[in-house]
Design a protein around this ligand. Sequence first.
Ligand code: SAJ
Length: 427
Amino acid sequence: MKVMRLCVMGMGYIGLPTASMFAAAGLEILGVDTKPEVVATLQAGGLHLEEPGLRTLVEDAVRSGRLQVSLTAGPADAFIIAVPTPITGNHGAEMGMVLSACDAIAPHLKPGNLVVLESTSPPGTTRDLLAPRLEAATGLKAGVDFHLGHCPERVLPGRILVELAENHRVVGGLTPACAEAAESLYRRIAQGGIHRTDATTAELVKLMENTYRDVNIALANELGLLGERLGVDAWEVVRLANLHPRVQLHQPGPGVGGHCISVDPWFLVEAAPELTRLIRTAREVNDAQPSHVVRQAMAMLAGVKAPKVALLGVAYKGDVDDARESPAEAVVHGLQSSGVAVACHDPHVRRWVYPLQPLDEALTDADLVLLVAPHQDYLRLNLAEVKSACRGLRVLDTRSFLSGAEWGKAGFHFCKLGQVPKPSLVT
Ligand code: SAJ
């Protein structure tokens, strides 16, 4: 099928770059978002999120007139749903936004159209939730009157534009003809391979990719704990073990954040709790990391009266502006509950649940510098200035990111997660 007009539901980290790439490929795009401020920003030629290369791409798309942004959906040849699928407090999938997007598309759906779900979703969503919902609203039959499929987004924040173009794409159709239709759409922007399968397989592919990573990160976090117990540097173990041709240990850290890896494994646990013991345990191990960071920080602050921590980097990982599900939140909460004053800084995140401060203010009178998100900016700190701002000279690096040698030379007591904590000689 030849798609000329495409409607993309959700102008977030995936929807906006996807819409802009299709616009650059010559399609007419209607980008839809339910947040008036997002729509207003984009209509005014602005951008509400940070991602390398995105500004130019969006500006070009808007200027060319091929990307129009609106609060409401409209007629199109194809519809892409790229809205969030978070988890509820009970670790269940929250599908409300996907269903609302479906309902918004339904009045415009015509025979021959294509609907693609990109949002990461529990297995069976496309077939058992979307198809009946769209059929009931339109009287059309999915897989007969219109095409329906799942094409999971699999791009890495920070590398979204490159990976959108280059990654392999899995297109899962309700029927083989649906998969073919979806393939012909993605062919317009994808340079990598496009692999056709059924919709539920595509859903499981995406969930297992992120679960694979979560389980491996949990393994690395257990290694970190073992390293601390045994007096061994876990990072050195990772480096040396990874010289083996069939081993790829992940990195210990303060916990797993983001809206993907810390969420998606729960969709599998919810689908079959009795079959997913390892997946659940990995989630629990990773969710326990922020408390461990708090314990380490408290050990370094032992004896300090009314301690203050300067927490650097609240984003869920380095060099992104996204702080969703960031482990930093639980770290701040844990430290504050232990009576520690916490001042947070992040060069990329604009707004967060806790107040953010300029770097010099965050560091003023701090007793411990705690690195949580490994932003490149923190490699360029002037250590003499940091030293004169701080009250106590302690650093806890949860990512093995900073140079222990440099910070040590500057007079700081430097400690890494996954390394046996040495008692602080600095007061
Ligand atoms: N992390 C560790 N140790 C590691 C690797 C990561 O602690 O060894 C932490 C990170 O700091 C971060 C979290 O895990 O808090 C997740 O970061 P990530 O870079 O591994 O992944 P995301 O969430 O940014 O993106 C993932 C990607 N999935 C895979 O790599 C399998 C991406 O391709 C997906 O598109 C994305 O999830 C998504 O949207 O599902």
